[in-house]
Design a protein around this ligand. Sequence first.
Ligand SMILES: [Zn+2]
Ligand SMILES: [Zn+2]
Ligand SMILES: [Zn+2]
Length: 768
Amino acid sequence: MIIRKKFRVNGIVQGVGFRPFIFSLASEMGLSGFILNSPSGVVIEAEGPEDLISGFQERLHSEAPPLTRILKCSSEEIPLKNEPGFIILKSEGGHESDTFISPDVTVCKNCLSEMRDPGDRRYRYPFINCTNCGPRFSIVHSIPYDRVNTSMKNFPLCPECRSEYESPLDRRFHAQPNACPVCGPSVSLEKSSGGSGKTYKEEFSSLSSREIVARVQEQLLNGSIVAVRGIGGFHLAVDAMNNEAVQRLRERKGREEKPFAVLARDVESIRRICTLSEAELAAVENWQRPIVLLKKSGKDCLAPSVAPENAYYGLMLPYSPLHYLLLDGPLRYLVMTSGNCTDEPIAISNQEARVRLSGIADYFLFHNREILQRCDDSIVRVADKNKLSLLRRSRGFVPNPVFIGKKSPERILACGPELKNTIAFLRDDQVFISQHIGDLDNPEAFKFFKHCISHLGKTLGIQPAFLAHDLHPEYLSTKWALGQNLPCLGVQHHHAHLASVLADNNLTGPAIGIILDGTGYGADGTIWGGEILAGDASGYERLSWLKPFRLPGGTMAIKQPWRIALSLLDQELGEDFRGIPLDFLSVPDEGQMDNLLKISRSGLNSPWTSSCGRLFDGVSALLGIKPVIAYEAQAAIAMEMSVAEDEKSFYPEAVNSNVLRGPIQLSALLRMIVGDLVKGIDKCIIAARFHNTLAEMFTSSALLAQKETGFRRVALSGGVYQNVFFSRRITAALEREGFEVITHTQVPGNDGGISLGQIAVAEKMIRR
Ligand SMILES: [Zn+2]
Ligand SMILES: [Zn+2]
Ligand SMILES: [Zn+2]
């Protein structure tokens, strides 16, 4: 029997090759009808024998292109129309929900094999792409996503490319960045003059693109630093096996110890230096191509200065055709660190790179396809139970929305926190979170923040009616929000963390939140960061918190964690600690120590904090692991790297002193640690015991909170959970007590996920 069905498909189905897919599927099956993009999603009408229509419906889901995400697909039978064939109808545009833009996509297998085929017209062409792959978000300046609204508008299609672009059965049908060596972008090479912002290109101007790639490989092998223009910005590349060259990059970039990300030729190259589980392999090979943190195997290794004092490498596989070309030769690993000076956003234009990077790079590998949206590499790690955990959500993920289940009539912009800032827009049931913006105290990053707001708002067609911001009055994002002529809603930082992890899991019900991070402005004006909250997006109660301690010297204490160790010992153990033989006490001299204790006790420039991140820093210093740091969280990371992983014991004396609506005491914990140190117990064991004890302390607080509230669900959020050892231990302890444990999946648990939580909380405030 012949029937006709109308399908309405919602989700990420536009700009991802879904229409050509449906067209060829229907044509192949001999069905008639049409497909069209409408304001309410994709509409398909298909007519044919009943069994074929049901087969079509099945394959629509099972064979959809990789970037598609079908959230809803309704179907109804309608009267027959008897058309001759299947066609793609012109879009009914205009409405805002018509606008999804795909993230940038790693070059696909088909394009790669064409690129490697000497007979293909795109043989070794660095900008090859198709409907299923290539740049998207980073080359768009406005909607709709058509070539004229991208940086490809400067490259009119040659006849051959045009016919691919126009033919519905071609795999480049409507591929907006479609290009070839005849009509598309090209690479160029320049030499740095060494810091003046000048470059020389004369000696390279006659080289072909293949010769340029060969010349760059040669220079990299010689130890040169090359600034490489990529998809979302510039990288600084250097041979990762050449320690002297990596060291030079560190010196020139002003980045002393923080690990560098590395691009590896293939999976086999990764296996040579790292352990790789199934889940990690999947993360590495995913089309989003993030940097994946992988444990060093201890067998073969890269130059020592790539990731000093760290048990992990940050590795990724090539994602642009140019990366594949660069590694198609003797080079197996390249350091690929962001093309910036420390803390600045990455450079994206050729001129910007000349000015900002000429003191770092020896050569510049440019191209002329403009990057319109800066987008750093994303960073992930496989955490507990093979779950992917995002540390930085950028290229490959942005601008895909987080779906929150229920449509909201409100249009809200969340301005995010100060550090690791992202912003977010709410539209219907979708929260669009920006790429990683960075730390706003850097003037360039703050410019980028403002640019992101106007750009993302424009491309999504959203005019916010409300602004959500952090409670911290000194955050630049807060100040910016308050300076706009719109109603503003202040959201407490740790409440935003709790709401973020709930929204991330599409949950609206309440939970006990164990929110552990470095810094957040508390409702009482002090710095919070070790918080047991109970509630949901509509409200929270602070049920308990780490006992506050002072940060002598404020930000100085963050850079020199030995100050935190001193203040903790002085507060919890009293003056006596000075007689105890502790290694770290040799860091400050007597005068420095007296002075520090004086300001700490007087409270002068020594704010109170209940921060869990700072407690980790302090204990790391106390153990003599990292009394002074070079980058954020280094002390805690170094301690995590040193833990004796099999050590299960903890300090029971430290656990049972908790009360509800009061501080979690620290004195027993510190006394036990100092006792172990004096006994000469290995620091790796003490570090593990500290992690284990903290996990037990928070679990016992959660049990008290559960008695009071009846909640069986615990939500974990905050930068401290980037510590995998600690995350595993606290999750295991909570599950042992029968809790359901909720963690982040789609956004980072650090402050990169705050904007999502601000949206969720502000939405509830407006409804009230
Ligand atoms: Zn492709
Ligand atoms: Zn062409
Ligand atoms: Zn935070």
